[in-house]
Design a protein. Structure first.
Length: 95
């Protein structure tokens, strides 16, 4: 598939020219579930870690999202700790 836009030669966030191809992992919220996609091809800024995906990667991520991130297609599950900012704030206000 021919890309509809050109990937950047420099980081649009920090303007560094230090962008290299890599495989990344990203987390997405889907309804009340947090899901992780691994091995996404991306260009990654080595200075600020900004990530750029090509059209094919974006389309495949959107396809997974449209399918509801089917649990039976997951490679494995991760346990994720959950913290309450409000509770932490309450504790920091106690003298």
């Amino acid at each position: 598939m021919e890309p509809t836009h050109r990937l950047p030669d420099f980081c649009e966030h920090c303007e560094s020219p230090n962008i290299l191809p890599d495989r990344v992992r990203s987390a997405f919220w889907h309804e009340d579930r947090l899901v992780v996609i691994e091995d996404i091809p991306a260009l990654v800024c080595r200075d600020c870690r900004e990530q750029y995906y090509d059209d094919q990667a974006v389309m495949l991520i959107d396809q997974l999202r449209g399918e509801g991130f089917p649990p039976d297609q997951a490679l494995r599950e991760l346990r994720v700790p959950v913290f309450s900012f409000a509770e932490r704030l309450k504790r920091s206000e106690v003298p």
